[in-house]
Design a protein around this ligand. Structure first.
Ligand SMILES: [Cu+2]
Length: 480
């Protein structure tokens, strides 16, 4: 939901660039390569020289080729040429939103459309960082901290998108900056500095509105730090370790972006906006002795998170975690043995920085076989004495996982392929709550609508929803 300065830690190093010729044969649905990001940057920069224009890349990704072109290429592969490889770019050029298509075979921009309607491109990490930084030099903000007796060095801020409420006049590309207080905890989200509204015009990168409405106590730090090292007894009973061992190695193969496991075959790619994309999933039918198509393309298309709080500093919180912050952009490196089991294999991906250069995101996916100890199918036959026939098929599956941390919130995104032929999608919702600071210390004091539940002293858990929508282009046994 909200983004903090902590995103700095998720900015990954730029990797050395691998020459295209050394790569495996490219699939038309493969994510853009680092070299392709660089070519996009060069082509757009050349057409809009940065010396005379104000140019930022808000999004660079694959311009998805036509489905029929992909399917016909697959059918006639390798005798036909693959569909044209193109990039789709959303750039701010001289304060206008351009949607560009770059064709790699022509090394040129083949479409350049200026977006005039409502809606703005997703934020870049850089502009969030720049916007958050502005408050620290804004005298009214410093005075507001002073009034509350807060130390500047313990304050961290995040950029919040402002939603759209039917206004007919464009408000410009703005974010509101919300700040939090550390001072004894790393759980900044439990310590909001309420009732201060700082609005930043991202184009001018200036604060254009400031309001300090009232003083609300900052919830206390005690008991909020979630780090294991900071926990105090009593602890629950300790468990003995469990590990998954596959002495003969995994049963899946990864060939570029193509993953094969059991009777499944699919293509996996990554996008800054939507995260993992599973394409061309098909399953081998042992009786028909052929692959049967199941899904052409599937991904999380949006995560909409509206808050039901009408107060001045909260009403606008209607976040589009994919479209505004980037579900893929906010993906974090997976922690081996904790985020994924011991038998997992990891894959990296690339996104574009604001200047268009590729940024490597290591360990963005993990792929592993799951044996959860469940039964896929079983039967015990007792009706044919003296025989006792017992047949059990253990449930094995293949999981593709990504974790996206959008500010305070962590989404655990799984695509699970099962031997019975089903694909199971799950999103685990975890992380930290976005709470509202309050004057109340006990629920009996509350005599008004507070749009939430008092969770602790001065801490309201704000009512909100997470709507997760999927794009699922299912092609069960074909398109017809
Ligand atoms: Cu939530």
């Amino acid at each position: 939901m909200a983004h903090s300065l902590k995103i700095l830690f998720f900015l990954f190093s730029i990797l050395s660039i691998i020459p295209l010729s050394h790569q495996l044969e490219q699939h038309p649905l493969d994510s853009l390569t680092p070299n392709e990001f660089i070519r996009v940057q060069a082509i757009v920069n050349q057409s809009h020289p940065t010396s005379t224009t104000n140019l930022t890349f808000q999004y660079i990704g694959l311009n998805e080729p036509d489905k029929h072109a992909v399917l016909s290429w697959l059918q006639n592969h390798p005798t036909t040429t693959p569909p044209r490889r193109q990039a789709f770019v959303v750039a701010r050029i001289n304060h206008q939103t351009h949607e560009l298509i770059i064709d790699f075979s022509r090394d040129d921009i083949v479409s350049d459309r200026i977006h005039h309607g409502f809606g703005y491109p997703s934020l870049t990490f850089q502009e969030e960082i720049d916007a958050n930084q502005l408050v620290f030099n804004h005298a009214p903000f410093l005075a507001a901290l002073n009034k509350r007796g807060l130390k500047l060095e313990e304050v961290v801020c995040g950029s919040f998108t402002v939603g759209w409420f039917g206004e007919t006049k464009q408000n410009g590309r703005v974010v509101k900056i919300m700040c939090y207080y550390l001072d004894g905890t790393v759980n900044l989200y439990m310590r909001p500095i309420e009732a201060i509204t700082v609005t930043v015009d991202l184009e001018a990168m200036k604060i254009n509105h400031f309001q300090d409405r009232l003083v609300v106590p900052v919830p206390k730090a005690a008991g909020t730090d979630y780090r294991e090292s900071k926990q105090k007894p009593p602890f629950g009973p300790e468990l003995k370790g469990i590990t998954v061992v596959q002495p003969d190695g995994p049963s899946f193969t990864i060939d570029g972006s193509r993953v094969r496991w059991a009777n499944w075959d699919f293509h996996l790619s990554f996008d800054a906006r939507v995260g993992p994309i599973v394409s061309l999933a098909s399953i081998y039918d042992t009786e028909k002795q052929e692959f049967r198509r199941v899904m052409y393309r599937g991904f999380v298309s949006e995560l909409f998170v509206p808050y039901m709080d009408l107060t001045e500093e909260w009403y606008y919180r209607t976040f589009f975690d994919a479209g505004e912050y980037g579900y893929g952009l906010c993906a974090v490196p997976l922690e081996p043995l904790r985020d994924c089991p011991a038998n997992a294999v990891y894959m990296g991906a690339y996104v574009a920085a604001q200047n268009g250069m590729p940024i490597e995101m290591p360990n963005v996916f993990c792929i592993f076989e799951r044996n959860a100890g469940d039964v896929m199918w079983r039967h015990t036959e007792t009706m044919i004495p003296p025989d006792l026939i017992t047949e059990v098929r253990p449930d094995m599956s293949l999981v593709v996982r990504m974790v996206s941390t959008v500010g305070n919130y962590d989404y655990i995104n799984d695509w699970e392929f099962k031997q019975i032929g089903s694909i199971k999608v799950t999103v685990g919702l975890t992380g930290l709550l976005e709470v509202r600071g309050s004057k109340y210390t006990h629920k009996d004091q509350i005599d008004e609508e507070v749009y939430g539940t008092l969770l602790a002293e001065n801490t309201l858990g704000a009512y909100h929803d997470h709507f997760i929508t999927y794009h699922l282009d299912l092609d069960v046994d074909g398109c017809e």
